[in-house]
Design a protein around this ligand. Structure first.
Ligand SMILES: CC(C)(COP(=O)(O)OP(=O)(O)OC[C@H]1O[C@@H](n2cnc3c(N)ncnc32)[C@H](O)[C@@H]1OP(=O)(O)O)[C@@H](O)C(=O)NCCC(=O)NCCS
Length: 204
C-alpha cells in the first residue's frame, strides 16, 4: 500500500506542500498564461474560478483516486504558490509518473530541478513507489534538462506522439524512468539520504 499523504518540506528557496483551494489565485497567474502552457496537456484556465475548480476536481481528489497528494511550490520569502511538481498518475500499484509546471516569472532558478529531486526521494522512501516515470515533448528543452539532471534513465521515444496546437505539428516524446534498484538510487536517492537530508527539512 502506498502512503499517499505527503510531508511539508522546506528548503532555502521554497516550501513543498500539498496544494489547497486557497492557491487558486496564484495558480491562475500561470494556468491562465498561454506561454506558460505551451507544453502542458490541460487547457488554459479562464479565471481564478476555473483554477479553483481544477484544484477541487483534479488535485484534491488525488488520494481518493489512489494518487499521492499534489505538491505545490511556495516561493520564499513571498510565500506565493508558483507551480506544481507532483505525481499525476499511478500505474500497477507502485509506479508513479511525475509532471510539473512553474510560473514563468520563476523559470531558470533551479526550482523545478530541486523540487523534482526531493519528490523522487519522497516517492521512494515515504510513499513506497518502486518505479518513477517521466516524459517530455522532445522540443521542451528545459524539461529535458530537469529530467537529465535528476538522473532519469532514458527508455525510449514515442515518435510523433501528439499533435501540439501551439506548435502546429505532431511532436516526439522522450520517456524516462528510475527503478528503486537502479544505481542512481544508491548514489543519490538512498534511504540514508532521505533520512539524513530530506527528513530534516520536514515541517509541521
Ligand atoms: C520546464 C520547466 C518546468 C523548467 O523549470 P525551471 O525551474 O525553470 O528549471 P530549472 O531552473 O531547474 O532548470 C533546469 C535546467 O534547464 C535549463 N532550461 C530551463 N529552461 C530552458 C529552456 N527554455 N531552454 C534551454 N534550457 C532551459 C536550465 O538552464 C537548467 O539547466 P542548467 O542547470 O544546466 O543551467 C519550466 O520551464 C516550466 O514550468 N515550463 C512550462 C511547463 C512545462 O513545460 N512543463 C513540463 C511539461 S513535460
Amino acid at each position: 500500500m502506498l502512503n499517499l499523504r505527503l510531508p511539508t518540506i522546506e528548503t532555502d528557496q521554497f516550501i513543498l506542500r500539498p496544494i489547497q483551494v486557497e492557491d487558486a489565485k496564484d495558480m491562475f497567474e500561470y494556468a491562465g498564461d498561454a506561454e506558460n502552457l505551451q507544453f502542458v496537456w490541460f487547457p488554459r484556465h479562464s479565471g481564478p474560478e476555473s483554477s479553483k475548480k481544477s484544484i477541487e476536481d483534479f488535485f484534491l481528489t488525488r488520494v481518493d483516486r489512489g494518487i499521492p497528494e499534489a505538491y505545490c511550490v511556495v516561493i520564499k520569502p513571498e510565500m506565493k504558490m508558483i507551480g506544481t511538481v507532483d505525481v499525476h498518475t499511478v500505474r500497477f500499484g507502485d509506479v508513479g509518473e511525475i509532471g510539473y509546471i512553474i510560473n514563468k516569472r520563476y523559470w531558470n532558478r533551479g526550482i523545478v530541478s530541486e523540487a523534482v529531486q526531493i519528490l523522487i526521494s519522497v516517492m521512494f522512501h515515504h510513499c513506497g513507489f518502486s518505479r518513477i516515470e517521466i516524459q517530455h515533448n522532445a522540443e521542451n528543452i528545459g524539461s529535458g534538462r530537469v529530467i537529465e539532471k535528476a538522473g532519469f534513465i532514458k527508455e525510449g521515444t514515442y515518435r510523433k506522439r501528439k499533435y501540439e496546437p501551439e506548435l502546429g505539428h505532431r511532436s516526439d516524446y522522450h520517456f524516462y524512468a528510475i527503478n528503486l534498484d537502479d544505481k542512481i538510487v544508491e548514489e543519490r536517492y538512498s534511504k540514508e539520504h532521505y533520512e539524513n537530508t530530506i527528513r530534516t527539512k520536514i515541517r509541521p
